[in-house]
Design a protein around this ligand. Structure first.
Ligand code: C2E
Ligand code: CA
Ligand code: CA
Ligand code: CA
Length: 278
């Protein structure tokens, strides 16, 4: 979808479909979304497979469009990636996620981690490491409580650049995760070369894990591969207790999904945390 956003075609074309028109409009409106405070960070819990203790949250971006309402990141992230706004939006997200994570600590005694997604374009931005450092410095979040999620596609685009950047992040004390593992353009060689901490099993393997033998075999292979390389595993898209139980039995360390909590606005996190610990 990323390659076919071509909004300029829709501009003076009376026959443009409603979808093309709204894509063009979103493209334009994105330029002002950060300045107008229309972006929001939502947070989805990540819990231990054993005992479902809270370990942290993944930060997920939302756009409250003034007239269109809540726009899905599946729709606006590719546009922002395309027009370059993702770099500013991503810097905003890093700041916001670290800020919120510091707030949780006011009422929660064990350290909670926040995981932030990095897009391809952000990863190529020469100022990325500085944006990350600024977010940590200005909020005071301990670096080991910030995890960065990148996809295989991002990691593989320029191996030397990736290696340099990931080493820099490790030296800063961050945690590093590969998102959507197994769905992209993967080379197992990079798993050994890159200083990673976590593999995220993509939800496409989790969805039918209880009924589809192939999905179960793939998830099992990902878990044993990760463990033999010293990485831990989190499964995403876990919606049922049966999926959770199976993944726990297979040795997966952490679970994320609607079963334990949907992404929630920042204002709801403190209440969610206290409702679980009492
Ligand atoms: P992702 O990073 O793979 O995030 C997981 C997506 O799965 C989220 O969708 C989440 O709401 C959804 N999800 C979580 N648990 C379940 C479940 O149990 N069942 C189902 N069906 N879905 C579940 P969301 O929030 O719509 O985000 C979609 C994608 O947009 C993300 O996929 C990520 O690629 C991108 N995205 C979101 N926020 C950011 C951001 O701040 N920066 C960047 N670069 N990308 C982002
Ligand atoms: Ca993610
Ligand atoms: Ca994912
Ligand atoms: Ca995904």
């Amino acid at each position: 979808a990323r390659a076919q956003t071509g909004p300029r075609i829709a501009l003076h074309d009376a026959s443009a479909t409603p979808d093309q028109t709204s894509t063009f409009r979103l493209h334009n409106d994105l330029h002002r979304a950060v300045d107008r405070g229309e972006l929001a960070a939502f947070f989805q819990p990540q819990v231990t497979a054993q005992g479902a203790a809270i370990k942290g949250f993944e930060a997920l971006m939302r756009w409250r469009h003034p007239t269109l309402g809540l726009v899905s990141p599946a729709k606006f992230i590719p546009l922002a990636e395309d027009n370059g706004q993702i770099v500013r939006m991503g810097a905003w997200m890093l700041q916001e996620a670290c800020q919120q994570a510091v707030r949780w600590q006011a009422t929660h005694t064990t350290p909670l981690r926040v995981a932030v997604n990095l897009s391809l374009r952000q990863f190529g931005d020469p100022h990325l490491a500085r944006h990350v450092q600024q977010a940590l410095d200005s909020t005071g979040l301990p670096p080991e409580q910030l995890e960065l999620e990148i996809t295989e596609g991002t990691a593989m685009l320029d191996m030397q650049h990736t290696l340099n950047l990931l080493r820099q992040f490790k030296a800063m004390g961050l945690k590093l995760a590969i998102d959507d593992f197994g769905t992209g353009y993967s080379s197992l060689a990079y798993l050994k070369r890159f200083p990673l901490d976590v593999l995220k099993i993509d939800q496409s393997f989790v969805r039918q894990i209880c009924t589809d033998r192939d999905d179960r075999v793939i998830a099992g292979a990902i878990i044993s591969l990760a463990h033999s390389l010293g990485l831990s595993v989190i499964a995403e898209g876990v919606e049922t207790a049966e999926q959770h139980a199976l993944l726990e039995e297979m040795g997966c360390e952490e679970i994320q999904g609607y079963l334990h909590g949907k992404p929630m606005p920042a204002e709801e996190v403190a209440g969610w945390l206290s409702s679980r610990t009492t």
